[in-house]
Design a protein around this ligand. Structure first.
Ligand SMILES: Nc1ncnc2c1ncn2[C@@H]1O[C@H](COP(=O)(O)OP(=O)(O)OP(=O)(O)O)[C@@H](O)[C@H]1O
Length: 756
């Protein structure tokens, strides 16, 4: 039958090229990728057989075999990797090996192509190279495959997928050898000249042992051949005959026996490569760091080493004992924060070393922990337990709790024991801890304990460390939240100035989740979180009689200004008060305990805008729940008080109008200083303009010369596009530039013209 020829999907060609270009120095990975594909295929067969018995009778052996064959000339050769897995029919061969069905492939490829060759190694590793890594070592790959007998196909045929490394096409055809496989897949790599060293069996054994012996729970066999000396029976026979003949002729025989004749033969043997129990079954004390890392890289297809791991034995409440290995990858998936629904896909549940599921259904890990890589191997569950049975039972729920508890323990231990490592972990997982603290009600305290913040005094401060530094009498944890602002700017805020000047520590929160964490927790070890941009701030030492007296006195002194301001700015704020929270700034706008801080207001308008919602009455009401706090020690405020006092003595309308203007600028300035938006920025700037004129002695009413040149008449004609050949010219020569021109003849010589 004729072979069908197909074009590779364009992404495949790109991926193959990137793989080959960027991973040359890592080309050993091809074997681990193919073994892992073979393992997945057998796992799939076993899982399918749970519901469809014809697929596998439970008796036929499930395994992976590797065999090498040298060319006649002894130079090159082939590696053949065969599995007894689920196999592929011709359509599946085309789809699985000729297209990339993964989402985001194009984006990924564009990114990998833009990186330099070595950099994309890591990217590719994270993406998973899979089958295409074959082309690292092979210039031709042939995949023969045959699905098992099933209800869909009672007599499946074996087909071949064949492709060369530089072809843009691949071929699919019925295997001319017939059905050589009962079921499964056989991948034959025709090695490149420079990859012939992979034919060496001891090298392959080493490769499997380091990278893949734990990638499969099914036995991996390697065909090894060695030369042995055996008795050469043919030679013995001839000698014996010769001796008999001689005996007939000669009476006396030499008694000393002839040494037996030997010959050298090649003996082949399937060597079981992964006969050791998997690494997680061993005693952690006997497993090296390197072994843990190799297992991680092979199982989870990451070229980078994990940041940390945790290997433990446990028991679920329902009495199932298990061994588990938790890994913390060195970085989060690029889509982690963009994909709120993504659940953990790398939690591999095994029963007696055999893979059962990665799908925990409703017991999936919460979003904050969905990046974790886990191998969990249970002892006592029946092997043929179906996914549905598992999901409806308590086992997965218990496993989920245990895994979460252990991840937190692992991080907490690192935080205590290894500052440097924890700093590294913070860089990647800092936001994850905040996410956990706000979404995981059960573990929020522990996760919040892992969060770190910058303060006006230092960096990387935990809530516990904050409390160790609190001042006598202080009953609040002070924080200022303004999403997206630099911490340096937050430290300069009006709300922080007094606290800072007095030596109090303030947590500076500028990430979207920060304020949510503070509000979810409400208190830490019994101490309440206090937004310093809100009313209710207490230093804790206000009870001092002297301070109380002096504030009382200031309040009385400033009553006329406060009353006057209440009338002037009463539309924008609910109240005006003499404040004790400021040092150098003249005033600030503080949100009431009921009202919105600038940060919350920003969040609200962003969500409202996104939802297309109009500001409702309630939002408007909340927005107004602000208090203008004035600083009686600021010269500007003292000056205003003097003016208000003067006004009450002699009524001067001009002076009053001027003061009103100052008050309005003061309020707007306070709003800006406090992080709010000015309601009408045009009006605000016009007022500032007027005050500036006054200070420069310029007339306040004189208008600028506003005569302007009107635009020329309407001209619907479109500009000419000047083209030179097929290319567009991107500029036109302006009319007013004069060129000296020369006329040139056919041979390029200048023609002299007298008139020129
Ligand atoms: N030995 C095999 N037996 C059956 N199907 C296979 C085999 N090898 C590959 N496949 C099929 O081809 C698909 C593509 O394989 P490939 O290795 O490129 O990617 P993958 O295994 O899906 O992803 P990754 O390698 O990143 O885990 C697989 O998903 C699987 O369906």
């Amino acid at each position: 039958q004729q072979a069908e020829k197909y074009e590779y999907q364009s992404d495949v060609a790109r991926l193959r090229r990137i793989v080959v270009d960027s991973l040359y120095s890592n080309r050993d990975v091809f074997l681990r990728e193919l073994i892992s594909n073979a393992n997945d295929a057998i796992e799939k067969l076993r899982l399918t057989a749970l519901t469809e018995k014809t697929v596998w009778d439970g008796a036929a052996p499930l395994n992976i075999t590797i065999k090498t064959e040298k060319d006649e000339d002894g130079k090159g050769g082939r590696i053949i990797i065969t599995d007894t897995g689920i196999g592929m029919n011709p359509e599946e061969l085309t789809k699985n090996l000729g297209t990339l069905a993964r989402s985001g492939t194009s984006e990924f490829l564009a990114k990998a192509e833009s990186e330099d060759a070595t950099g994309s190694g890591n990217l590719i590793g994270a993406f998973g190279l899979g089958f295409y890594s074959s082309f690292l070592v092979a210039d031709r790959v042939q995949v023969a495959s045959r699905p098992p007998v099933s209800s869909k196909d009672s007599n499946p045929s074996q087909y071949v997928f064949s492709s060369s490394s530089d072809d843009a096409t691949f071929e699919i055809y019925p295997d001319p050898r017939g059905n050589t496989l009962d079921f499964g897949t056989e991948v034959t790599l025709f090695l490149k000249d420079d990859a012939a060293s992979y034919l060496d069996a001891s090298g392959l054994t080493k490769l499997v042992n380091t990278h893949s012996s734990f990638s499969s729970a099914f036995p991996i066999y390697l065909w090894t051949e060695k030369e042995e000396q055996i008795l050469d029976e043919d030679a013995e026979e001839t000698t014996k005959e010769a001796v008999d003949d001689e005996e007939a002729a000669i009476e006396e025989v030499d008694e000393s026996p002839e040494p037996p004749k030997m010959k050298t033969v090649t003996v082949g043997n399937w060597e079981h490569l992964n006969s050791q129990p998997p690494l997680w079954m061993r005693d952690p004390k006997e497993v090296s760091e390197e072994e843990y890392n190799l297992l991680y890289k092979a199982t989870f297809k990451d070229l980078q080493e994990p940041l940390a791991h945790h290997h433990f034995t446990g028991d679920t409440g329902s009495g199932v004992s298990f061994r588990a290995l938790i890994y913390v990858p060195s970085k989060l998936d690029e889509t982690y924060f963009n994909d709120p629904l993504a659940s953990a896909k790398d939690i591999r549940l095994l029963v007696k070393h055999v893979f059962i599921t990665s799908d925990f259904g409703e017991h999936a890990l919460p979003k904050w922990a969905s990046w974790v890589k886990v191998i969990i191997d249970a002892d006592d569950l029946p092997l043929n337990v179906s996914r549905e049975t598992l999901q409806s039972g308590t086992f997965l729920k218990q496993v989920r709790q245990i895994v979460l508890k252990r991840i937190i323990q692992l991080f907490s231990r690192i935080a205590e024991e290894d500052e440097e490592k924890f700093a590294e972990i913070q860089k990647v997982y800092g936001t994850v801890f905040k996410l956990g603290a706000s979404e995981d009600a059960k573990n929020k305290e522990k996760l919040a304990g892992l969060t770190r913040f910058t303060t006006n005094q230092r960096k990387d401060v935990s809530f516990d460390q904050y409390l160790e530094n609190k001042k006598e009498g202080q009953k609040q944890i002070f924080y200022l939240a303004d999403m997206g602002k630099a911490v340096e700017d937050l430290a300069q805020s009006v709300f922080v100035e007094k606290l800072h000047a007095r030596g109090y520590e303030v947590l500076l929160m500028n990430e979207p989740l920060d304020e949510i964490v503070a509000q979810t927790l409400r208190t830490w070890k019994g101490v309440t979180f206090q937004d310093v941009a809100k009313s209710g701030l207490k230093f804790g030492d206000e009870d001092n009689e002297e301070d109380k007296q002096s504030l009382k006195q200031l309040k009385t002194e400033f009553t006329p200004l406060v009353e006057w301001l209440k009338q002037e700015v009463g539309d924008a704020v609910r109240d005006v008060v003499v404040s004790d929270r400021l040092v150098t700034s003249p005033c600030a706008v503080v949100a009431d305990s009921m009202g919105f801080t600038a940060n919350v207001q920003k969040l609200m308008s962003a969500t409202n805008r996104a939802a297309g919602a109009q500001n409702d009455f309630m939002t408007e009401f909340m927005k107004k729940q602000k208090v203008l706090e004035i600083n009686p020690r600021a010269p500007l405020i003292q000056g205003m008080l003097r003016r208000v006092d003067q006004l009450s003595e002699d009524k001067d309308e001009d002076a009053e109008a001027e003061l009103k203007e100052v008050a309005s600028i003061l309020l707007d300035g306070a709003l800006v200083r406090s992080g709010f938006e000015v309601p009408n920025s045009n009006l605000f700037l016009t007022r500032v303009d007027r005050v500036l004129r006054r200070s420069l002695g310029v007339s306040e009413t004189a208008a600028a010369d506003s005569t302007v040149k009107p635009a020329p008449p309407v001209d619907p004609k479109l500009p000419d596009v000047v083209t030179g050949g097929d290319e567009k010219m991107f500029f036109q020569v302006p009319d007013d530039i004069e060129f000296e021109m020369e006329e040139i003849d056919e041979d390029g010589n200048v023609i002299a013209h007298d008139e020129l």
